[in-house]
Design a protein around this ligand. Sequence first.
Ligand code: ZN
Length: 292
Amino acid sequence: MEAWSHDRWRIPLPEGHKFPIDKYERLRRRVEADGVVIHQSEPVPWEWLEAVHDADLLARIRDGAMTVREQRGLGLPWSELLVERGRRSVGGTLGAAAHALAHGIGMNLGGGTHHAGRTFARGYCLFNDVAVTLARLRAEGRARRALVVDCDVHQGDGTAQILGPDPDAFALSLHGARNYPFERIASDLDVDLASGTGDDEYLAALSDALDTALAFDFDVAFYLAGADPWEGDRLGRLSLTKAGLRARDEHVLHRLTPRAPVVVVLAGGYAPDVDDTVEINAATVDIVRSLS
Ligand SMILES: [Zn+2]
C-alpha cells in the first residue's frame, strides 16, 4: 500500500493547543513500520486553489493578512509554515486521488479539511482539499461527478458551501446535531445524530444515508474517516467504540469501492491521548490496505 503524508511540516502552536499536530507523525511512523510506502505530499499551486476559493481570501491567507475575526475562526495561529502545510495537505489528497484513479483506492494521512469554504477558512481548516482535488480532476478531464461521504463528527459546512449548489456533486454529512459548526450550510444530505449516539444506532443511520447517497451516479468518491465520533473524543459528543468506528469504515468502503475509485482522508480526531486517535486512524489504514 502507498499513502501520502505532510507530517514533516509541523506548525508552531502555543502550549496546550487542542489541535493534534502529533497525530500526523505518529500515524505515518506507525503505518510505515507496517510496510506502507509513504509519499511526501507536494504543495498545490495557488492557481489550483483559486479554482475553488475566493481570490481575496487566498490573498489574505498567503500574505498573513487574515482579519482578527478570521484568525479566531480558524483557531490556528498564522505562519508561513501553516500556509505551506495547508498547500501540502491538499497535495496529499491530490496524490491519493491520482492513486485511486489508477488502483481503485488511495489515502492521504491528512486532509478532510471540510470547514474551509469558498469564502471562509475556519475550524482548523485552511483549504478544502476535497473540493480542490475534485476541481483539478475535472480540469484534467479525469472525473466529473463526485460523492462525498463525510463521517467526521462535525458538519461539513465548507464542503456544503462549495459543492451544495453543484449538480455534479453529492455531499453527505453524518454528524453530531449539537456540535460545531453552529451556523450550518446545508449539504445535499445532512444526518443529525443525538449526543450519545452509540454504534448500532450510528451504523443504522449510516446505512440508510448511504442508500440515498448511492442513488447518485459518480465517477469518484471521497470518504472523510474522522476519528472524532469516538466515545472518548474531547470534541465529539457521540459514543462510538473503536470497534464501531472500524465497522463504520468497513461499511462505507465496502459499499463505495465496487462503484468508483475512492479517496480516503483523515479529517478530525481529538482524543485526550493522541495515541487513541492514531489507533483509530491506523485501523482505517488497515481496511484501505485490505482493499488495495
Ligand atoms: Zn471534526
